[in-house]
Design a protein around this ligand. Structure first.
Ligand code: GLA
Length: 382
């Protein structure tokens, strides 16, 4: 991503020099819908980013410009609240968290834009929240840690965007490290970096270019279903506070007490948590095939048991699974659209991409988008 246009627009609008910040999107190798169950995830920050040009103003206002939408937004600091402008809410939501934490807000001018496709499961919203949290930390001279900013960004999403997301996206975007994935324990927030060297393989993302309406309501329903499962098992062990604490054996023992749908949801989460541990070990042994096999299983669970896939994602998955050049693939993020992540032989990336474009267009009448990505550092100054 190149910031030139963002800087130019900022200087034109605000007639001063800005501070520059970059904030990346993320992929997730494995560990889907486990974060809000206090479980494990294995994401990484990628070179699809949002860039910010930011400076203080002395008019006590938030003055924002979204370059990609070519839209501006203004609000007096004293009127800070959720607004009708959904993109501005990501920034305002973060400012509200700083205010809640006791910081006195200052007027901020901000132009931002980037190349993270929207609604593609690559966490453009977390990137925006993190980038603005970083900007506020700088201008308010706030001694906040990365973990505090991550939590503020997540709260912004809950309170100003209305999605009860887990912590994975904000965490990955903020703590990303070049060429490393992050194995995160979403309960303790302890994390370990794993070097990602896939040898003869590379990471290819295929974007369905669809985002079904269902996405955010179904997300919140899945959370409730998991909580229902926890309540049933808590009767037998008070120490259970999340599905993270549940073994497959315990779940199976109480099978008959569950509504079948709730059972499938819980079984998926318990197995997916286990797959993250397995994937981490596979990668440490350079066993890319084992990693890939776990990714295939993850998709099948998300499709059949967690019910968050859709026909477009399944089509991309089926093509990947059939291909000799793909060692692992699955849908990524909340579901109901967005991208699949594929581990593809480097020398076959372009032929596989061509195949996908041809077949996907034939069956859906839509063009998919294909991205090769590199793993980068998290949110920071440019
Ligand atoms: C979305 C949420 C994350 C996580 C994933 C599913 O990306 O923002 O917190 O729950 O879905 O793994």
């Amino acid at each position: 991503m190149n910031s030139d246009q963002i800087i130019k627009k900022f200087e034109k609008l605000f007639k001063k020099k800005p501070l520059l910040i970059r904030s990346p999107g993320r992929i997730n190798l494995i560990g889907e819908h486990t974060d809000y169950n206090d479980g494990f995830v294995f994401p990484a920050a990628i070179n699809k980013e949002i860039h910010f040009a930011v400076a203080e103003n002395n008019v006590d206002m938030f003055r924002f410009y979204a370059l990609d939408l070519q839209e501006s937004f203004e609000l007096k600091i004293e009127d800070l609240a959720r607004t009708e402008t959904s993109w501005a809410n990501y920034l305002l939501g973060v400012a509200a968290q700083f205010k809640k934490a006791g910081y006195e807000l200052t007027g901020i001018d901000c132009v931002f834009g980037g190349d993270i496709p929207l609604g593609a499961g690559l966490s453009s919203s977390a990137a925006i929240e993190n980038g603005f949290a970083f900007a506020l930390k700088e201008f308010l001279n706030a001694p906040v840690t990365k973990i505090q900013m991550i939590k503020m960004a997540q709260k912004a999403e809950h309170e100003y965007a209305g999605v009860m997301c887990g912590i994975m996206d904000q965490f990955a975007s903020m703590t990303g490290k070049k060429d490393h994935a992050i194995k995160l324990d979403c309960r303790s927030l302890d994390y370990e970096y794993a070097n990602i060297d896939l040898k003869d393989y590379g990471i290819l993302l295929c974007n369905t270019n669809v985002k079904h309406e269902l996405a955010s309501s179904a997300y919140n329903t899945r959370r409730q279903e998991c909580e229902t499962g926890v309540k049933i098992l808590q009767k037998y062990d008070k120490k259970i506070t999340a599905l993270r604490d549940v073994s497959l054996q315990l779940l199976e023992q109480h099978h008959d007490e569950f509504d079948p749908t709730v059972y499938k949801r819980c079984e998926f989460v318990v197995k997916e948590n286990w797959r993250v541990e397995e994937a981490f070990s596979a990668l440490a042994k350079n066993d890319i095939k084992a990693l890939g096999a776990l990714m295939f299983k993850s998709h099948e669970g998300l499709r059949d048991d967690y019910d968050v896939s859709c026909k477009e994602l399944d089509l991309l998955f089926d093509m990947a699974k059939k291909s000799e050049d793909v060692v692992g693939a699955r849908m990524m993020g909340g579901g109901f659209g967005g991208c699949t992540i594929n581990i593809v032989k480097k020398e076959k990336m372009s032929s596989f991409s061509e195949e996908i474009i041809k077949e996907y267009s034939k069956f859906t009448g839509m063009e998919p988008e294909i991205y090769t990505v590199n793993i980068t550092d998290g949110t920071g100054l440019i």
